[in-house]
Design a protein around this ligand. Sequence first.
Ligand code: PDD
Length: 283
Amino acid sequence: MSIVYLNGEFLPVTEARVSVLDRGFTFADSVYEVIPVYNENIFRVQEHLQRLNNSLNAIAIANPFSESQWQQILTDVLKKNPSNSSRSLYMQVTRGVSDREHLHMNDLQPTVFVMSREVREQDLAPGVKVITHEDIRWDYCHIKTTALLANVMLKRKANDADGAVETILIRDGMVTEGAASNVFVVKNSTVVTARKDGSVLPGITRDLLLELLDYAGIQYSEDSVPVSDLESADEVWLTSSSMGVAPVVRVDERDVADGKTGPMWKKVDQLFKEFKSNPGMLK
Ligand code: PDD
């Protein structure tokens, strides 16, 4: 039985209870993080905690803990759930419990929830299929909110389309990101990904990948990606905490290049694996 952290207590997951008047439940008035754990290292924990802090600031919830208090909770949750598998941590902070009024009070006690989960390592080498869809989300995609209904619908659409794993989103003719990942397009040996503005989540894996590209001397830019570049790309990759770096071999009804995993992905996959076992390599 997994042990979770809820509002100061460690409890079996089946005993953890949140009020039906929690604003996370009634309004999705809440933010979250997903952090992978590689070889017992909590991956880029400071960066994840910084992004959580940014999301909390953006919606005017006071961060209930200092960075070291958060780190202690994350470490304790892992300790209380010993495992030999790969894992990830999920953390969520809601504005707390109140009457169901849109306008919130400023002095609510945030609800804090943390759990760990075993994750199955996916074999990404064969590549994955994706679909494209208009980006039907709001304009504040830099906030990692649990208001994920559009993302949930878009993932469903992908799955319904012949088992695609992700939906790449298009806004005004430009690629923003995936429903739960960032998108990279490779053309003529240059890697391009969208700028970190309100149209995308500032992905932690995205930023790491850019550092790895720098390390390997591979050219990249953070720029607008027209949908036509997606159609004529040599390679397309997705990055996220749950997948790592995934090569895309088919977009809608069209193969990416020859429909096989490309050489640049093989290189970055190798670098990413090296980084997981030796995070100090970039310092
Ligand atoms: N999602 N963009 C969106 C919309 C996401 O939901 C995610 C991650 C990313 C990638 O960010 P990162 O590399 O920091 O995981 C980009 C997580 C994994 C989720 O919702 O489960």
